[in-house]
Design a binder for this molecule. Sequence first.
Ligand SMILES: Cc1ncc(COP(=O)(O)O)c(C=O)c1O
Length: 406
Amino acid sequence: MKNTTYEVKKSEALLKKAKEVIPGGIFGHYKYAIRDTGPKFFSRAEGAYFWDIDDNKYIDLMCAYGPSILGYKNPEVEEAANSQDSEGNTVSLASPVMVDLASNLVEMVETADWALFGKNGGDSTSLAVMVAREATGKEKIVKIQDGYHGVAPWMQGKDHPGIIASDDAKVITIEWNDLESFEKVLAEQSDEIACFISSPYDHPVSRDNTLPEEGYWQGISKLCKQNNVILIIDDVRAGFRINLSGSNVAYGFTPDLICFGKAIANGHPLSALVGTNEMKDAAEKVYFTGTQFFSASPMAAAIATLKELKKLDAANKMTDFGQRLNESLVKVAKESGYELVASGVPAMPYYRLNNVDVKTHFRWIDECVRRGVYMLGYHNHFVSTCHTEEDIEAISNIAKQAFETL
Ligand SMILES: Cc1ncc(COP(=O)(O)O)c(C=O)c1O
């Protein structure tokens, strides 16, 4: 494999233009990914790959931050979305596909007795908290330190621009894997706490990801039940990459509500909140909606996505692939004189070079990107069912070349 690096001149020029008409040029979480030497805009995407506007090809280890679980432009999913689109998408009535999709989720997801829909993951986490408050008549939210649930003011924390102290005044933050802290909070104010919200394992940015300790979720679940606290699993990021029945199934516990988003429609805009029968009345009462919430094409895409995920035994397939990718990268790092730490679940690996400064770690990532593997230095990665053994080989070769430049 040739050891050449990509030029991104068109990306650079377009970013300059973008800055004239868009605050920051690129905004939100995409803005943080922008690096001097890396691509800024894509031109097309297919399967496990995308091309930037300079026509460089990348093996994509970010999968659009999760949505591309079957790979870009999956034929079955696109056919389902296009076919529904040709009949009608956003119309003055709901479409039967909404009922089909809810039925599919109820059948597939262990905890689901019903489903409601939105567009982004943040819709489902916001709605979940409202349902919990309605169900319990209580106000406070317990969340994990650095746990990300979207951008609603209560989720961001008061130090963020545009957020005021009262926005997160009802939020209590505890450390991950810390049952004792949760017990303590409950002992002091259980009559005020409506819900505990957390991802199934800890996947913060800029540090190693951590799995639940033995008995953690069983302990949290028990405490929630004893104190009339609604247990919300935010499966927006990990959903369908650990267990197709809900990530909680892998860790042996049952929440009251599960939030899905990202991968549910393989890149078509859709999110879902599912819950148990006990939560159904509260879910019916809460008013949470949006003009685009009833668009039928993304729902048709989701039905096709769930079908494909089941057919491919996708969560296990991606776990196997992630394991092999991690093993290969750790080996290549070792051969190059470095220690690579892969944390989190295999289908969403977080990488960190051990015993080097952060700058060196980012340089290694940049050198991988410049040779055609799209990665981020501060975020977990995502694999899809489309990634192949050849991709592992190509990624490993590029990783080796990148180590050689350090
Ligand atoms: C765990 C988790 N929850 C919620 C969200 C918010 O989802 P969205 O950006 O689709 O609103 C994200 C997004 O990254 C997430 O990772």
